[in-house]
Design a protein around this ligand. Structure first.
Ligand SMILES: [Mn+2]
Length: 273
């Protein structure tokens, strides 16, 4: 590499490679907006429209949009195609990315099986594991939340099977309509979510305890962001060290605003649907 390239590479923002990773020049002037657990495909069309309206809003207001898992009630990339439907949201996401606002999608327990299509066709940064990153000036631990914290042991076994290469390859050979149908039978999101149910409350407590532990071990960690509980929450665990849960779009329309030098904020989308 010539000296000129090294110098320029060090001084100038380099474009993202492959159109899917978050560029290094993400603007610090606009906030980062974050939402999770939209469960598209399992919620009524009014909720879906509200979320799309929020996405359009976010595209204008944010420097970076993070969708922290379970955007889709089910997403799989089969050998012969992807999960069917979702054209509207995929169109909007593709347009948002093309307009220069990076979008990161963390795979949740419902949509962990994304891959080439989401990355290359839509242009998302698609993550499948928790990450530690600077977000809006804070060292941040970002994870969907499934499998974290105490008490989910049965799920951990199931998850290992569902995420195993063999299971994934076998499922991937199904015709998309059949695979989607099987997954829909297993998911049952709308019937399942009762914010004040016993299991739900246990999950809220387990993830808060997990986030509190992470913050306890690392004084530099300014923020732990999770989803999965469907319970919106902002807790200052220690001085300027925050646990934030973005809630959901099944029971709420909640999202998080992260801005340099300011406290993380939770809001409820009340814009057009
Ligand atoms: Mn989840």
């Amino acid at each position: 590499m010539s000296l000129a390239v090294v110098v320029i590479g060090g001084l100038l923002p380099l474009p993202a490679r492959g159109g899917s990773s978050v560029p290094s020049w993400v603007s610090a002037t606009k906030p980062v907006l974050l939402a999770s657990d939209v469960h598209l495909g399992a919620v009524r069309s009014g909720r879906e429209r509200a979320f799309l309206a929020w996405l359009e809003h976010a595209a204008g207001a944010a420097s970076w949009i993070i969708l922290n898992g379970d955007l889709f009630d089910f997403w799989f990339e089969y050998r012969w195609g992807t999960t069917r439907g979702h054209e509207d949201v995929l169109d909007v996401l593709k347009r948002v990315v093309a307009s220069g606002v990076p979008v990161t999608l963390m795979g949740g327990n419902h949509d962990w099986w994304g891959g080439r299509y989401l990355r290359e066709e839509i242009g998302l940064e698609f993550l499948q594991d928790p990450v530690v990153r600077p977000i809006a000036g804070r060292k941040t631990l970002l994870a969907h939340g499934d499998g974290l914290g105490k008490g989910d042991y049965r799920y951990l076994v199931l998850r290992a099977v569902l995420r195993g290469g063999l299971t994934r390859a076998a499922f991937g050979l199904l015709p998309p309509a059949l695979g989607d149908g099987i997954a829909r039978g297993v998911s049952r999101t709308e019937r399942k979510w009762d914010e004040w149910g016993e299991r739900q409350q246990a999950r809220v407590r387990a993830l808060e305890a997990w986030a509190t532990e992470r913050i306890g071990e690392d004084p530099e960690l300014g923020l732990v962001v999770l989803g999965h509980t469907h319970h919106p929450q902002v807790t200052e665990v220690a001085k300027d060290q925050w646990y934030v849960n973005s809630g959901d779009w099944v029971l709420h329309r909640s999202y998080v605003t992260l801005e340099e030098g300011r406290e993380p904020r939770l809001s409820e989308w009340d814009g057009p649907a």
